[in-house]
Every structure is written in structure tokens, then in C-alpha cells.
Design a protein around this ligand. Structure first.
Ligand SMILES: *Cc1c(COP(=O)(O)O)cnc(C)c1O
Length: 341
């Protein structure tokens, strides 16, 4: 793999990317090429900022209200599961975070109906979580919003096309579909920027980060580098549309195994809202869930335990997971059902 080959010699410098300065010419040139690739791959409007920040998507839950709530002191949230709830909770420390729609009552089995008349026209923005990673439900379209639209695309950006111009802010950390942990992509329409709240640190001020091209202080250079290589790979394979087709095939295959198991495996999300990235499921006979995860691991399928908040099992099939690997998992699931069902 290219990361391994270049580990000790970045861009012919004879130095590792971890050793060279983030202000050195080879690194700056690589960073500029990566930003251009990111804009091409996602179709980012030319006037939008592309920020590469630290702190993960989790910090965005706070950084966004810190930068956008000064004037209005209020924002609207769509509640679809664990991550949107955390985002709203974090924002409520800085102002009012109103839940305007929720599928909590039906166990997060769907994206709730969004009644536009519930959207507060005075709110700074409407926030939604494109793909709920723990619950395994996903929007098929961005919600229609008369106010600026903010999207947590942490677990889906670059796994399917997303109309960036329909949004004013999109954020995603790299480690799910586009690289390794340590860098978070923020795509931002500068028109929505407000004065940051008093006390906002410089490093968390979107305007300052934009002016400094995300180089206010030392970034996670190695994470930027892996993101850049991932973007090159995405362009080589034909772009996000191609990945989307593969991801649809991968998820369809696993949902078929679940639905054809006649109640042995259960996924409670209604078909229209099922995620192509994360497939949570459980075995109705409870004591078999741990056995499944352990047996899977012995057979080379790692990380199938469900999110700690939901329990059960979950297959996260991000861009890096191949169709072959998902096919093998599907066969393993059928075999496990045959021997334990
Ligand atoms: C993983 C995840 C987060 C948190 O991302 P970090 O990089 O760990 O901060 C936020 N939102 C969603 C939807 C996620 O899947």
C-alpha cells in the first residue's frame, strides 16, 4: 500500500511525512492538491470554505453552535438516534436546541416526517444526522429547509453522493469513509458565519481557521496525508457514484440475509430508511449474540459487536470494506443461522 511504501520517503524528500514541516513546500503542495481533489470529488461550491480541523465530529457538536448562535441563540435539531441527540445536547450548552422532529417514539425505526411549519424561521440553522451510525438509519434526501442546513455526515460522506450546495455546513471526520482518525472535514458556506460566542478559542473560530487555511497551528499531518491518498483513490475508481453503487450492493446483500432468516436475525429499521453504511441487527435468541461476535472474530470478521449504546450486533461496511468481504460475511451469517437456528 502507498502509505507503507512512502512512510519513510514522502514525495521524494527522503523524509517521512511525519518528520517534515507542515509549512514545507512538499507538504503545502500536497495539501493544496488534496483540497482541489476534495472539491472535485464532492462538488463543493467554489465560494465554500474547506476546513480540515481537529477534535473529530464530536467537537463540531460544540464548535458549530459556538460559531453560529451569537445572533439568534437558537437552533433546530432533527432527532434520529444517538448522534443527533448528542449534537443537540452539546448545542444546548450554548443556546436553545429545539427538537423539531423525532422518531424516538417508534424506536428510531425511521426518519421522522419533517413538517416545515415546525421549523423555527428565527433559528440559526437546522441540524440533521445524515446517517445514524448506531441505529443504522439514513436520510435518502437532505430535508427541505427554509433556514441554513447543517449536516453531520460523519459516517456517510464520500460513501454516496451528497448535494453540498443544498447545505450550508457539512462535517465529517475522516476515519469512517475517507481515511484515518485525526482530521475532520468541514465544508462551510461563509454567508452563514456569525460572530463567535464570547470566549470562543481562536482554534475553534471558523473564520480564523478559514483565513489560516486550517494551519493556525500544527495539524495532524499524517491524517491529512492519508485523506489526500484516499481522495486520489476515489478519483481513480471513478468517484463517489461508483462507490455508492458498490455500497448499495454490499448493504442489500446483508439485509437480504437478515430478511430471509425468518426472524433469526432482526433489523428493526423500516426498509426505506435503512443505512447503506451500518447494519445493526441482533439474534432473537439473546445468548447467541455474543457467540456470534466471538465466532465471527475467529473467522476473521472483526468489530461486529453492536454500538455500546444499542448492544446486539452491527456490520459497519464503510468504503474500505470490499464487496468480497461482505459476501464472505453474508455466507458466514447464513452458515451460523444453519448451525444455530
Ligand atoms: C462517529 C460519529 C461521530 C463522532 O465522530 P468522532 O470523530 O469520534 O468525533 C459523530 N457523528 C456521527 C454520525 C458519527 O458516526
Amino acid at each position: 500500500m502507498q502509505v507503507r511504501d512512502e512512510l519513510l520517503d514522502f514525495a521524494g524528500t527522503g523524509l517521512s511525512v511525519m518528520e517534515i514541516s507542515h509549512r514545507s513546500q512538499p507538504f503545502m503542495e500536497f495539501a493544496q492538491r488534496s483540497e482541489a481533489a476534495l472539491r472535485r470529488v464532492l462538488g463543493v461550491p467554489s465560494d465554500y470554505h474547506v476546513l480540515l480541523l481537529q477534535g473529530g465530529s464530536y467537537l463540531q457538536f460544540s464548535q458549530i453552535p459556538m460559531n453560529l448562535l451569537h445572533k439568534t441563540n437558537t437552533a433546530d435539531y432533527i432527532h434520529t438516534g444517538l448522534w443527533s441527540e448528542q449534537a443537540a445536547n452539546a448545542a444546548s450548552q450554548y443556546g436553545e436546541a429545539r427538537i423539531i422532529a423525532s422518531s424516538c417514539d417508534t424506536g428510531f425505526d425511521r426518519i421522522p416526517e419533517i413538517n416545515e411549519s415546525n421549523i423555527n424561521l428565527d433559528a440559526a440553522y437546522l441540524h440533521y444526522t445524515e446517517n445514524e451510525t448506531a441505529q443504522g438509519l439514513q436520510f435518502s434526501e437532505p430535508p427541505a429547509s427554509p433556514i441554513p442546513l447543517v449536516c453531520d455526515a460523519c459516517s456517510s460522506l464520500m460513501s454516496k453522493p451528497l448535494d453540498i450546495s443544498a447545505h450550508d455546513l457539512v462535517y465529517a471526520s475522516a476515519q469512517k469513509n475517507m481515511g484515518i482518525a485525526g482530521v475532520t472535514v468541514v465544508l462551510l458556506n461563509p454567508a452563514i458565519l456569525d460572530k463567535p460566542l464570547p470566549g470562543t478559542p481562536q482554534a475553534l473560530d471558523f473564520s480564523i481557521q478559514a483565513k489560516k487555511q486550517s494551519l493556525l497551528n500544527t495539524p495532524s499531518t499524517f491524517s491529512w496525508y492519508v485523506l489526500g491518498l484516499t481522495l486520489e483513490w476515489i478519483e481513480r475508481v471513478g468517484g463517489v457514484n461508483v462507490l455508492h453503487e458498490i455500497n448499495k450492493k454490499k448493504s442489500k446483500l446483508l439485509y437480504e440475509v437478515i430478511d430471509q432468516s425468518e426472524g433469526f436475525y432482526i433489523n428493526n429499521v423500516l426498509p426505506d430508511y435503512r443505512s447503506i453504511n451500518n447494519i445493526p441487527f441482533y439474534i432473537s435468541e439473546n445468548n447467541l449474540n455474543i457467540l456470534f461476535a466471538d465466532t465471527a472474530q475467529k473467522n476473521g470478521f472483526h468489530g461486529l459487536k453492536g454500538h455500546q449504546s444499542t448492544g446486539g450486533l452491527r456490520a459497519s461496511i464503510y468504503n474500505a470494506v470490499t464487496l468480497d468481504a461482505v459476501q464472505a460475511l453474508g455466507e458466514f451469517m447464513r452458515e451460523f443461522e444453519r448451525t444455530h437456528g
